[in-house]
Design a protein around this ligand. Structure first.
Ligand SMILES: Cc1ncc(COP(=O)(O)O)c(C=O)c1O
Length: 384
C-alpha cells in the first residue's frame, strides 16, 4: 500500500472513485470529525452552561489559534459559516457607504455567488459594478496588476478581489493589488476562500481592509468553518448578516452570537490546524504544489494543450482546457462533468470560462500521480 492510500483512508472519501475536486468543499479527516463530534456532545450535555459559560471562551481561544496560523490577532477574527457569509457581511456593511456614481471593482474570474452579492449591492446603492477583464490564458501576475490599475477611476470606492480564483485556479498577486488599493484609497475585501492551507498567510502585514477565508477547503476543517478578518478601524461598521442581541456591542461579540447554531465546525479549527501541522505543515504546501504542477504537465501533454498560466501563479489547483469540441456553455460544462462521473467515476469540476471549457484539477494530500493519469487517458476512450 502506498503512503497516499494510507492517507486516503484517514478521510471518509469513498473507494472506487478518482476524486480531483478538493477545491469545492474540502475533506475533513476522521480525527478532526471526531473532535467535532466531541464538541457537539459537550453542547448537548448541558446546553445552557455551554452557551453561557464555555462557548465565549472556546470561540476566542479558537480565534487566537487560527490567528497564529494566518498571521493575525484573534480579536480581529470573527467566525462565519463560509466565505459567502463573510463576503455578504462586508458587502452589506458597505451598502450605507456607497452611492450613485460610485464604482465597485472586481474581475471576470470572480466566484459566481460573489458576483451576485455585488450585483445586489450595486442595485441597492446605485453604484456601478465593474468587472475587469483579466485574460486567461495568462502569462504573468503583472497582467492582473495592469488590468486592475487601468480600471481605477476617481469614482472607485470598493474592490472585491480574489486571492485564488475559482474558475481558473490561479493565485493573484494579492499583496500588490492591495497596495494599489491603499495608494488610491479604495476599500478592499479579499476573497481568500481557497487560501488557508494552500498559501502562507500574514493578514496583519497584508494591509487589506477585510479578508475572508474558508478553513473547510484546504485546511482540513469540517464544512461550515470560515473566518472574516477585519482591520480594527472598520470593526465598528462591520456587522454580521444576522443582527442579534449584541448589535453594536463590539465586533467579536456581534459575530460570536448570531443565534443558536452548531458551533462545532468553528471549534474544530484548532484540531484541523494540528492535523495540518502533524502531516507536514509547510511541507504540505510544497508537496501539493509539486503534485499540481506534475499533474498539469501530464494532462496538458496527453491532451496536447498549452499551459494557460505560469507555474508561479499555481497553488493546489490548475485548469487545463478540455480536449473537446465545444462552445464553452454552462450546459456543456454540466454534460462533460456528468459524463466523467457517470462513465468513469472521476469527480472533477468543468468550468465554462471565456467561451471554453476548463477542467480544474485539485491536489490534496490524499491524491497521487495515478489519479491524474486516469483523467489524462479518459478522452482516448469512446463514448463522450
Ligand atoms: C473564490 C471563491 N469565493 C467564494 C466561495 C464560496 O465559498 P463557500 O461556498 O464556502 O461560501 C468559493 C467556493 O468555492 C470560491 O471558490
Amino acid at each position: 500500500m502506498s503512503i497516499n492510500q494510507n492517507i486516503y483512508s484517514e478521510f471518509y472519501l469513498e473507494e472506487g472513485m478518482t476524486f480531483l475536486n478538493n477545491g469545492s468543499f474540502g475533506a475533513a479527516p476522521r480525527t478532526v470529525r471526531a473532535m467535532q463530534e466531541e464538541i457537539r456532545l459537550q453542547f448537548e450535555r448541558q446546553p445552557v452552561r455551554f452557551v453561557q459559560r464555555e462557548l465565549p471562551e472556546l470561540l476566542r481561544s479558537a480565534a487566537s489559534t487560527l490567528g497564529d496560523f494566518i498571521g493575525a490577532r484573534g480579536e480581529d477574527i470573527a467566525f462565519v459559516e463560509n466565505a459567502s457569509t463573510g463576503i455578504n457581511a462586508v458587502v452589506r456593511s458597505m451598502i450605507p457607504f456607497l452611492k450613485m456614481g460610485d464604482e465597485i471593482l472586481t474581475t471576470n474570474h470572480v466566484y459566481g455567488a460573489v458576483r451576485q452579492t455585488l450585483i445586489y449591492a450595486a442595485e441597492c446603492t446605485g453604484a456601478k459594478l465593474i468587472e475587469i477583464d483579466v485574460p486567461f490564458p495568462i502569462e504573468s501576475p503583472e497582467q492582473v496588476i495592469m488590468a486592475f490599475k487601468t480600471a481605477i477611476s476617481e469614482n472607485t470606492k470598493f474592490a472585491v478581489l480574489d486571492h485564488i480564483t475559482s474558475p481558473t485556479g490561479i493565485i493573484y498577486p494579492i499583496e500588490n493589488l492591495v497596495a494599489v488599493c491603499k495608494q488610491y484609497e479604495i476599500a478592499v475585501l479579499v476573497d481568500g476562500a481557497h487560501a488557508p492551507g494552500m498559501v502562507e498567510l500574514n493578514l496583519d502585514s497584508l494591509g487589506a481592509d477585510w479578508y475572508t477565508g474558508n478553513c473547510h477547503k484546504w485546511l482540513f476543517a469540517p464544512k461550515g468553518s470560515a473566518f472574516l478578518w477585519t482591520l480594527p478601524d472598520h470593526q465598528a461598521i462591520t456587522h454580521p448578516t444576522v443582527i442579534s442581541h449584541k448589535y453594536k456591542m463590539g465586533y467579536t461579540e456581534e459575530f460570536d452570537w448570531t443565534g443558536t447554531q452548531d458551533f462545532s465546525s468553528f471549534l474544530s479549527i484548532p484540531a484541523a490546524i494540528d492535523f495540518y501541522n502533524n502531516h507536514g505543515g509547510a511541507n504540505i504546501r510544497t508537496k501539493n504544489r509539486a503534485l499540481t504542477l506534475e499533474a498539469r504537465n501530464i494532462i496538458a501533454a496527453a491532451w496536447n494543450k498549452p499551459y494557460p498560466a505560469p507555474d508561479e501563479m499555481l497553488g493546489f489547483m490548475a485548469a487545463i482546457e478540455a480536449p473537446v469540441e465545444t462552445a464553452g456553455t454552462p450546459e456543456e460544462a454540466v454534460k462533460l462533468h456528468d459524463w466523467l462521473w457517470d462513465n468513469h467515476r472521476i469527480e472533477v469540476p468543468v468550468m465554462p470560462f471565456d467561451g471554453k471549457l476548463w477542467i480544474r484539477i485539485s491536489a490534496q494530500i490524499y491524491n497521487k500521480r495515478e489519479d491524474y493519469e486516469i483523467l489524462a487517458g479518459v478522452f482516448d476512450k469512446k463514448g463522450l
